[in-house]
Design a protein around this ligand. Sequence first.
Ligand SMILES: Cc1ncc(COP(=O)(O)O)c(C=O)c1O
Length: 400
Amino acid sequence: MSNGLSQRSARISAPGTSSMRSKANALRDAGIKVINFAAGELSSDAAPDMRQGAIAAVHEQWNRYTPPLGNPRLRQALASSVSQRLGVDYDADEIAVSSGAKQALFNSAMVLLDPGDEVIIPRPYWETFPTQVELTGARPVFVNTKGDNHSLRGAAVKAAVSPRSKAIIINTPNNPTGVVYDPRELVAIGELALKHKLWVIFDECYRSLLRDGQQHHNLVALLPELKASTIIIDSFSKSQAVTGWRLGYACAPKAVITAMHNLQAHTTSNPSSLAQYAALNALHGDGARQFGAEVNAQLDRQLAIATALLGKLESIRFSPPQGAFYLYLDITRLLGKRYQGEAIRDASHLCELLLTEARIALVPGCSNGDPCAVRLSYSVSPQDLEEGLSRFTDFIATLA
Ligand SMILES: Cc1ncc(COP(=O)(O)O)c(C=O)c1O
């Protein structure tokens, strides 16, 4: 490359979410009130057990390195809680604690994939999935979910399998669509994975964030034979509102965990000791469940406000989300409409205008492989939700 950087670095583009965040922050620093619907995190404070645990960790001087894959007590506690939740036994040496789920996902890609391998990824996707795959020299193969109301169907996955297929990435509840995958389809996909000897990377980071009446299904719980070829990815970030603390984990066969150990030991070493201690505290009592119930009740209320307001807009289409805290809005009908004479080209263009003209930040679907949609997080304060959506509505009314 002419700039002296590696070819690999050219394959990494800036994430859509963080570039939106920096633009919104720059406006804020200039004293302009921006309403941020672009954040991938809960707006509430951290869960009480996490906060108390972190404070206790400081007092108890948890300042030193831990083993790279985490404190053995935490790995054991996670193994017990996962085993209980799934009804499938996991040992502590099948758990790797990481600096956020993002690291667990990157470790998974690094230890599983070789150049030329193919990885099946549903589209629209969380943009980190294909980027991490490409960094290993493997190739993402996308399965479009738009025609299936953003649900992932076994038949669509089947059509994407080739002799080079090595793995499939499944994320439910889904970022960016908010869809929770159907258990029958998950079983069909799991059976395909068994038949074609595919690894499954099963990202359930939003599993505790479910809209009223919805249920999350873990693939290994549905099909325990898959345990030997599945990496389950989970995080404390979203469920406990501690995105900044960086704590996630992977559950996988021992050989995978050992390879992750070697990789992580040479890259970041252990995740934050304070966050680990806090997580151990949160895993003991019933606080995490209570926190989840409060957060979900709040999100249900927020979603009701948002859907009532957005439902009045004829130019926007969306399905009611089932999990996480995202509304995924189809903006196809807005494309080609004009703002002050200028035609709207795609979701990125619309999001630029919404930020500069209406002072609201949303994530353009272009970063999720979909130029005809935007992602809106309804995890903002009730006042911001109403004000931001009325700015959105007013802006759309100006389009000719
Ligand atoms: C689907 C999905 N997986 C993983 C992550 C990463 O979470 P963490 O903060 O634990 O790295 C995110 C973050 O937005 C996500 O949306």
